[in-house]
Design a protein around this ligand. Sequence first.
Ligand code: FES
Ligand code: FES
Length: 175
Amino acid sequence: MAEQAAESAEAGGLPEKITIQMTVNGRPVAVEADPWEALSHTLRTRLGLTGTKISCDVQACGACTVLVDGLPRSSCTYLAYEAQGREVLTVEGLETADGSLSPVQQAFIDQSGYQCGYCTPGMLLATHALITSEDADDDDAVIEHMSGNLCRCTGYVPIVAAVLQARKAAAASRG
Ligand code: FES
Ligand code: FES
């Protein structure tokens, strides 16, 4: 698809580059990108945010998950131009203002919710979006919510434990 878009651009069908203005991890950015460019590419190669991982590149594994306006998106198939004017959160934006780990990051450490770590940025962001959900309070609900994020290492049990710990911490901080 990218090759077809590139050929179309050469033929005058699309502009060569577009400027995308968005907020990334709380900071406004303006970045030049190809019109057919995936957000994962923009984040990693143009903004240097390599915490976002690419694995399947076809929206099947969740490794590239980022939040766009608070919702999980597979950035390997979400086009960068779709993020125009929106708020994007990557794993680099999870730590708190004083540099300490977020409750989600701490929960994954406490529960050993990773091994190779390749799926972890996507897992952290999916969890960040999930922890305020009303029905995410047992193993089955968490597994249902996280079913778009695959892990080949952990067997998922520690990941579920981490999500539940993060959810409990979020609830406690709300009082
Ligand atoms: S790399 Fe995007 S879903 Fe797998
Ligand atoms: S920790 Fe290796 S893929 Fe999940």
